[in-house]
Design a protein around this ligand. Structure first.
Ligand code: 13P
Ligand code: SF4
Length: 308
């Protein structure tokens, strides 16, 4: 039996659900029960009746699943699956900033640790960030962490003034603007679509800006046939399945970029073998200290109520 079938069998035997982010390798996406963006996967994690949640994504996503299903066993294939955004923002540094601006409300992007979520008034994903900000009364000033690029995009979209944390996604900051210009010359009819974690000058050239789920929907509903995709390259697997007749071109990256293309090295530490080992041994498990869990689950639950 091949490894994919072994995982499917074990999943049934253990009543486990496999949730996979769009940035996972195609072979992991193919055997997942649900593939989605951060918001959709959080919803699935809160609704599942499985005994085990196996989260093929990065560490903060596994933590979010645990916050939403604290009585379930949540496991992830590799604890090394971090995130440059989550790593940029420690709870103690955020607390210092919060103390500097005591009248500000703290909105954090879901790409952060449970400890940081525990210090947050609101959590958002790239799918609902504009709605979350617009829901906060205009008289209340905002600290937004940890993604400065998403923060700048939100300032533009919501016309709110915000104190921004200085974090960024290494993948979305690696796109090359010069090479993008060459690509536009080669594909003059292509539409550029970009994730809001990209830098402002990149977003300025984009025809459409949205979360991974929104980008996927856009290529399906647009009457255009060529797209330059400025987000992690893993999304192209699901996109190409949805629009097999359309041309999908990954946005180019700088040569000195450590990734070969716009691949997230953190997302790509997960392999089928690790998914299998993780389910077989039920480890590594996500565990969150109870006071952190109690505090951090509140802004996440509030976000989900708001997003249904
Ligand atoms: P979304 O899944 O919300 O589009 O976010 C992308 C991302 O960078 C996840 O790490
Ligand atoms: Fe973090 Fe960027 Fe990787 Fe998403 S793509 S997990 S934001 S480093």
């Amino acid at each position: 039996m091949n490894i994919a079938n072994k995982i499917l069998e074990l999943k049934k035997e253990k009543n486990a659900v496999l949730l996979a982010h769009y940035y996972q390798y195609p072979e992991i996406q193919e055997i997942a029960d649900f593939v989605g963006d951060s918001l959709a996967l959080s919803k699935k994690a809160s609704e599942t009746d499985a005994d085990i949640i196996l989260f093929a994504g990065v560490h903060f996503m596994g933590e979010t699943a645990k916050l939403l299903s604290p009585h379930k066993k949540v496991i992830i294939p590799d604890l090394a699956a971090g995130c440059s955004l989550a790593d940029s923002c420690s709870a103690s540094d955020l607390e210092t900033l919060r103390n500097e601006y005591p009248d500000h409300t703290v909105v954090t992007y879901i790409n952060c640790s449970a400890e940081v979520k525990a210090l947050s008034d609101y959590v958002c994903t790239s799918s609902n960030a504009v709605e979350v900000i617009n829901n906060i009364p205009k008289s209340i000033p905002i600290i937004f962490a940890p993604d400065k690029n998403l923060g700048k995009y939100l300032i533009k979209e919501t016309r709110r003034d915000m104190v921004l944390w200085d974090g960024a996604c290494v993948v979305h900051e690696a796109f090359s603007f010069d090479k993008l210009m060459d690509l536009i010359r080669a594909y003059p009819f292509a539409e550029i679509i970009a994730h809001p974690e990209s830098e402002p000058h990149f977003l300025k050239t984009a025809h459409f800006v949205g979360s991974t789920a929104a980008l996927l929907k856009y290529v399906q509903t647009s009457n255009k046939t060529e797209f330059i995709i400025a987000t992690e390259v893993g999304i192209i697997h699901e996109m190409q399945k949805a629009v097999p007749h359309k041309t999908l071109i990954p946005a180019p990256t700088d040569e000195d970029n450590t990734c070969a293309c716009s691949e997230c090295a953190f997302m790509k530490v997960n392999t089928l073998q690790k998914v299998y080992d993780c389910l077989l041994n039920e480890t590594p498990e996500i565990l969150i200290e109870s006071t952190v869990l109690e505090k951090a689950s509140k802004p996440i639950e509030a976000m989900l109520e708001f997003s249904y």
